[in-house]
Design a binder for this molecule. Structure first.
Ligand SMILES: [Zn+2]
Length: 375
């Protein structure tokens, strides 16, 4: 008889390992979780894509007839920020039902909860569809770890995905996609006193910015997510005040909805901006969306109704998740974003999670696992 692991205690252990990304150093967290899971009979695979950058894939059970359920979370965190913390970000201190530290809500408490739920379920999972845990590094810098897993063919299959990102245990049915682009313009430099001898790349970039400000999406809005958005985030160009700039660059952040095709959108933008503007994708994450009428999503809603004290409504998260990368490999199975962290605490100074919610998430994940593996 093994002693059950306390998910709050496991969260503290993970928070005490500094995995601020950059640089990440996720290996200690991945190995700590891997050791626990291996002890419980999981097949463990560590997948590195750089020094101390380690993803963990842990599986148990599995049959040929039904694919496993995937539960996923990331173990890197964002930096501490400029403002001073009043709590120690790496001590795992608690007060008033809250556990403080960088990454508590986003999303070490979610990783701890899904790990404990999997450990508690392990002995029931042999000869069932089974469970695959995908614990990723490098999520905060554009789902790097998940994309490495996808590109290297490490992910096999999954019939449904639970993403344990912070939702205060409310099940979200999806999130917008993100398409980040760099737009470059080129010119010919000349002395600033003779601009007629040069071609000014900043003027070209300025025209592009004005066109982007006026850009309107032609696709129909999505019923739940509304319309896509576009924002010019940065502009940079020129070497000094007394030269005609021969290079300028802007970056564009598109948050897309399921009715936007990314490849088409890039073509449309390229056409509107014209041949003077070179467009290059920096990050390409598809939206994630499962209609609430999907039978598995209905099961998740049923599980959550007594735990939340209300029947969940169709809602979407404001942030993007690793599911955008994983679902390329898994071919878009139904996906829910559901985790015990507080979404408004993500990336904040004095980040905390609510300890009571961590136990509730364990209960929810265990029920979702049981229903998947008994059907
Ligand atoms: Zn996160």
């Amino acid at each position: 008889m093994t002693i059950p692991i306390d998910p709050v205690q496991l969260t503290k252990e993970l928070v005490r390992m500094n995995t601020i990304n950059p640089p990440g150093h996720e290996e200690s967290c991945a190995r700590h979780l891997g050791a626990l899971l291996e002890n419980a009979g999981f097949r463990i695979r560590y997948h590195s894509y750089g020094e101390t950058r380690v993803n963990l894939v842990a599986s148990i059970g599995g049959t040929s007839s039904k694919p496993p359920l995937c539960l996923t979370g990331h173990i890197d965190t964002v930096p501490l920020g400029a403002a001073a913390w009043t709590m120690d970000p790496f001590a795992g201190d608690t007060a008033d039902g809250k556990l403080y530290g960088r990454g508590t809500s986003d999303m070490k408490c979610g990783v701890a909860a899904l790990t404990v739920a999997a450990l508690n379920s392990a002995r029931f999972l042999h000869s069932t569809a089974g469970v695959t845990l995908v614990i990723t590094a490098g999520e905060e810098t554009g789902c790097e770890g998940a994309f490495h897993l996808q590109r290297d063919g490490v992910l096999e299959r999954a019939g449904a995905v639970v993403v344990a990102e912070p939702t205060s245990n409310y099940p979200f049915v999806g999130h917008k996609g993100a398409l980040w682009l760099r737009a470059k313009t080129r010119g010919v430099t000349a002395h600033g006193s003779m601009p007629e001898k040069g071609v000014n790349a900043v003027y070209k970039a300025a025209r592009a910015v004005s066109q982007l400000e006026a850009f309107r999406f032609e696709n129909p809005p999505h019923a739940l997510m509304g319309q896509a958005t576009l924002n010019v985030g940065t502009i940079r160009g020129g070497l000094n005040i007394n030269s005609v700039p021969d290079e300028a660059e802007i970056t564009i952040d598109v948050r897309s909805v399921p009715t936007v095709d990314h490849a088409n959108l890039i073509q449309t933008l390229a056409l509107q901006l014209g041949p003077d503007v070179e467009l290059e994708p920096l990050m390409d994450l598809e939206p994630v969306y499962t209609d609430a009428s999907d039978p598995w999503m209905q099961t998740v809603f049923e599980v959550m109704t007594p735990l939340l004290g209300e029947r969940p409504q169709s809602r979407v998260a404001t942030y993007f998740t690793d599911a955008a990368a994983l679902n390329l490999a898994y071919r878009n199975p139904p996906t829910v974003i559901l985790g015990p962290g507080e979404p408004q605490m993500a990336h904040q100074t004095d980040e905390y999670c609510t300890m009571q919610r961590v136990g509730v998430a364990v209960e929810a994940y265990e029920q979702i696992i049981r229903r998947w593996c008994s059907a």
